[in-house]
Ligand binder design. Structure first.
Ligand code: ADP
Length: 588
């Protein structure tokens, strides 16, 4: 259907283009031309309209990019190209591959036009300039899930709120994640007839999963509020979750993770942004916070920031500054400072903006840091880019992991740190994940992540084959070893007893092909450490006193996830504590 639609659109455009050219009005310096460039998830096709030697319009005909990350490319970058009358423009940081694909598509169209364009002057648009002094009641730094939740609650409490975000797009790591959210006793568990889950069980799994280093009081707050946070997302923010599917991430006793439609953080982030827009909360993009401002009594009264032209902008906060800047997974120097293991050898799944700025800013006004050495790798990531593999969420429904010798080496539903360490102990420090269509029918990741599927196939990091021999051959995996492994897996699937690794979800038969084999490595994913906060999300100093006016929530806090965060816990954490921060700053 989608394919047909594409042909229809392309067909229509072609007819219109030919009609336009044949109408005789196409002077030598005017016309419409198509071009294509390679984006992050396949080709981007555009149509460029040129009028009297000036780029007039650029229309995207086909694309499959990440909706949120591509937005500034199709708006901001488009405006720049039109204003400059040239495709020699800078990429949008954080959306590099999409920008390049788009720019190349426009260049391709311009080349085909044969028209020589005269580039306009590159003056910075005056209208983009904002006052260097801004005053709000509450200033939220960072626009991931924690930042949006905090801003929305503070705004609903009647405060004048602003969000400042250093990247050109909102969303941070929340956007790039699978968006799944643990909530014991949730409505989908009821739909699926899953009984027995409880706040206590979720609390215990989280404490244990973090090696009991998390602050029990804070973990309890997260566990007790998890369902309310999920219902808030569903009912107030209008996030749509799948009604008939849940994930059981590693370390959890029950299937308790809600899955947003599309299986990514794009659903919660776009709905949170829509709510912030509805509340008229200004979002200052390309605005990097550098330093907290304190008055002579030590109260935090604002933030010094800079825009993309490095112009200094001061954001004064009458009531509170809420830091929601995320972790430091993308900051290799900071990783090495706190844990020398996680150096350049590790790629990262994280967004470019995840560089620990909030932690550094808070520390410089006396905030206590904790648990900084606890850095988590996600076990199944793209060996070339380090990006998290959401396609490989089939692991939660029975996909197995094997090494180059074709042998299983870990329980696939063990904690991320355990699986990551086990992978690094195998030949080549990588692994292969194997599943079949029966498993995909449960997980439905091939449909949800079709762009990732195509990319992995193209990069030769994924193979689909009718027989296991064929699939193994593609990666030169020991065929006999793999066949022996599958024989055991199929037997354990029948008996329900995985004698080798005690798979807690129960193994699934891999008797039937076609088979999928994906190559993967562990990649830095989450930094558990950060600033110390109390139950009101006030940031505490070394003596345990609250720093007046300063609040924090989300990945930059260090007291909840302990030594290791369990899958599906980030969204629960950031929404719960983000909302508490917003309410507290809102005086509720
Ligand atoms: P969380 O999951 O805790 O909400 P995210 O990683 O989703 O964290 O979001 C954090 C956001 O904060 C990112 O969008 C990131 O670009 C932004 N950010 C990080 N440092 C700064 C800074 N110095 N100024 C403004 N925004 C920042």
């Amino acid at each position: 259907m989608k394919q047909k639609l594409k042909f229809l659109i392309v067909g229509l455009v072609t007819v219109l283009t030919i009609a336009g050219c044949s109408s005789g009005n196409a002077a030598k310096d005017s016309g419409t031309f198509e071009g294509s460039g390679s984006g992050k998830h396949g080709d981007i096709k555009v149509e460029v309209a040129i009028k009297e030697g000036k780029i007039d319009k650029i229309k995207v005909l086909e694309q499959d990019e990440n909706k949120v990350l591509a937005e500034p490319v199709y708006t901001e970058l488009q405006e720049t190209i039109i204003a400059d009358n040239s495709a020699d423009v800078d990429v949008i940081s954080g959306s590099t591959a999409t920008s390049e694909g788009y720019i190349n598509a426009v260049k391709d169209a311009l080349k085909k036009s044969g028209i020589t364009l005269v580039a306009a002057g590159k003056d910075k648009k005056e209208k983009d300039k904002i006052d260097a002094e801004q005053t709000f009641d509450v200033v939220v730094v960072g626009s991931g899930g924690a930042g949006f939740s905090a801003a929305i609650e503070a705004s609903e409490a009647g405060k004048k709120v602003a969000i400042i975000e250093k990247m050109p797009t909102v969303g941070g790591n929340t956007l790039l994640s699978g968006g799944e959210m643990n909530a014991p006793g949730n409505w989908v568990q009821k739909n699926l007839g899953i009984k027995g889950d409880s706040v206590e069980s979720f609390y215990e799994d989280t404490m244990k999963g973090g090696d009991n280093i998390g602050d029990p009081k804070m973990v309890r707050i997260m566990a007790e509020n998890a369902l309310d946070s999920a219902e808030w997302l569903k009912d107030e923010i209008k996030v749509e979750f799948l009604e008939d599917q849940l994930f059981q991430f590693g370390g959890h006793t029950y299937k308790r993770a809600l899955i947003p439609i599309g299986h990514t953080g794009a659903e919660p982030i776009s709905k949170l942004k829509a709510k912030a827009d509805e509340l008229k909360i200004p979002i200052f993009l390309n605005m990097k916070a550098n330093e907290l401002i304190q008055d002579d009594k030590g109260k935090v009264t604002g933030v010094k920031a800079q825009d993309s032209a490095e112009t200094a902008i001061t954001f004064h906060a009458n009531d509170a500054v809420i830091l929601t800047t995320g972790g430091f997974g993308s900051n290799v120097d900071m990783r090495k400072k706190y844990n020398s293991e996680y150096d350049e050898r590790y790629l990262s799944t994280d967004s470019e903006g995840t560089t620990g700025d909030g932690i550094v800013m808070a520390q410089s006004v006396g905030a206590a840091l904790t648990n900084m050495e606890s850095i988590q790798t996600y076990p199944i990531a793209n060996p070339k880019t380090g990006m998290i593999s959401l396609l490989a969420d089939t692991r939660f429904d029975g996909a197995i992991l094997v090494n180059q010798e074709g042998t299983r080496f870990v329980e696939e539903l063990d904690r991320r740190d355990v699986i990551s360490k086990a992978i690094l102990a195998q030949t080549g420090k990588y692994c292969y994940q194997i599943w079949n269509d029966d498993i995909d029918a449960i997980s439905k990741t091939k449909e949800a992540h079709s762009a990732e599927y195509d990319e992995l196939i193209k990069e030769k990091l994924l193979v689909k084959a009718d027989t296991i021999e064929e699939a193994a051959e593609f990666f030169d995996i020991d065929v006999e070893g793999l066949k022996a492994t599958l024989k055991k897996v199929n037997e354990y699937a029948k008996t329900g007893d995985d004698k080798d690794f005690h798979h807690r979800g129960g193994l699934v038969s891999l008797e039937k092909g076609p088979y999928y084999i994906e190559k993967a490595i562990p990649s830095v994913h989450h930094t558990m450490g950060g600033v110390v906060i109390n139950e009101n999300t006030e940031v505490l100093d070394e003596k345990g006193n609250a720093i007046p006016g300063l609040y924090a929530a989300g990945e930059l806090t260090g007291v909840i996830q302990g030594a290791n965060r369990l899958g599906g816990n980030a969204i629960t954490d950031i929404i719960t504590f983000g909302r508490i921060a917003g309410k507290t700053a809102g005086g509720l």
